[in-house]
Design a protein around this ligand. Sequence first.
Ligand SMILES: Cc1cc2nc3c(=O)[nH]c(=O)nc-3n(C[C@H](O)[C@H](O)[C@H](O)COP(=O)(O)OP(=O)(O)OC[C@H]3O[C@@H](n4cnc5c(N)ncnc54)[C@H](O)[C@@H]3O)c2cc1C
Length: 385
Amino acid sequence: MDILSLPRPSWMTEDLVLLEEQARRFIATEYVPHLDRWNEEGMYDREVWSKAGVAGLLCPAIPEEYGGAGGTFAHEAVINRELSLAGFDAFGAPLHSGIVAPYILHYGTDEQRRRWLPGLARGELVGAIAMSEPGAGSDLQGVRTTAKRSGNGYVLSGSKTFITNGQLANLIIVVAKTDASAGAKGVSLMVVETDNAPGFRRGRKLKKLGLDSADTSELFFEDVKLPPESLLGTEEGQGFAQLMNDLPRERLIVAVHAQAMMERALALTIDYVKERQAFGKKIIEFQNTQFTLAECKSEATIARVFHDHCIERYLNGALDTVTASMAKYWLTDLQGKIIDRCLQFFGGYGYMEEFPISRMYRDARVTRIYAGTNEIMKLLIARSL
Ligand SMILES: Cc1cc2nc3c(=O)[nH]c(=O)nc-3n(C[C@H](O)[C@H](O)[C@H](O)COP(=O)(O)OP(=O)(O)OC[C@H]3O[C@@H](n4cnc5c(N)ncnc54)[C@H](O)[C@@H]3O)c2cc1C
């Protein structure tokens, strides 16, 4: 789907073009035929993960020595984009590959990397990151979950909510306080293997406005005993700094998602208005349609140029938090506007479940909320003024 009249970006090398084709074919064959069923059942199948692992679509940027594909963020961006272009926005792979695995790679000991990364790459382990709590989302310093020293290990207590991959995850990075009196310096990341963790309990799979087949859930930790090597890295109190360091990539992942969704919306709408007729004309023949879609295409093109700029900067190690926050806030806001305007051209059909634009309208709303709300993005940008 290339709806924008732009040359291929310079970060998109020949091997990435091949990966794009391979991912597109795989998603079309293995996932797309099941999307309606998964949405109706409110959950996609567990084997989605193992199939993605076998196809090499998980952890593409993790080095080969730890079981990954040895690529870069560009490989992730290509795969994530294809998932969105195909309408599988509910799949938690971008978080698994682009957030959970990199925390382990960047901050884990060599032993922790060898223990967890190969399983994540194969889809045997499903990753989640549990930051948000019923009482603390934007203000992460307010988390109340604690990891208290006990013997040579820890006891983890607290509850988390809104956790992506919450029903299927069996490797969960939990943001917890190892020292409740030390503010941000008392926060640590604890890695919980849930397959044999008495006291760990999954709560409800939450009913949501969109992303119907995603298993966003509550999680409970009731005095879960953890071995000492559950602390990510070797030093307590590093959690907040670790979270902050990795935020630009997380924001870029959401921006890539937003860009792909707006391009898909535009493509679906252009096809529709060329077919549908009213007053003896195709809908595209009305000047209002042409002008509105011309605006949408212009804005999506401008967004894509900034998106590619941010990817290139990230690949060169030069994407700062302020620019990444701009990408997250501005592209997700634009995504909402474009999808809304596109939906209008479908008339009543735009409101009907069987038309993908309707689901996209619901699915898109969350990108302005998660991975740091857009208001938090503006706060971060404002600090640079
Ligand atoms: C589908 C979905 C998936 C999610 N996945 C995960 C996940 O995998 N892991 C995880 O940990 N969390 C996840 N979240 C949670 C998400 O990150 C939080 O919802 C988000 O960070 C906002 O936190 P909150 O909901 O507590 O809102 P609050 O922090 O209570 O914010 C409420 C409102 O106040 C505004 N606000 C807050 N502080 C300020 C301020 N200083 N200045 C101006 N405005 C402010 C916010 O922008 C927002 O509009 C997910 C959420 C959803 C909906």
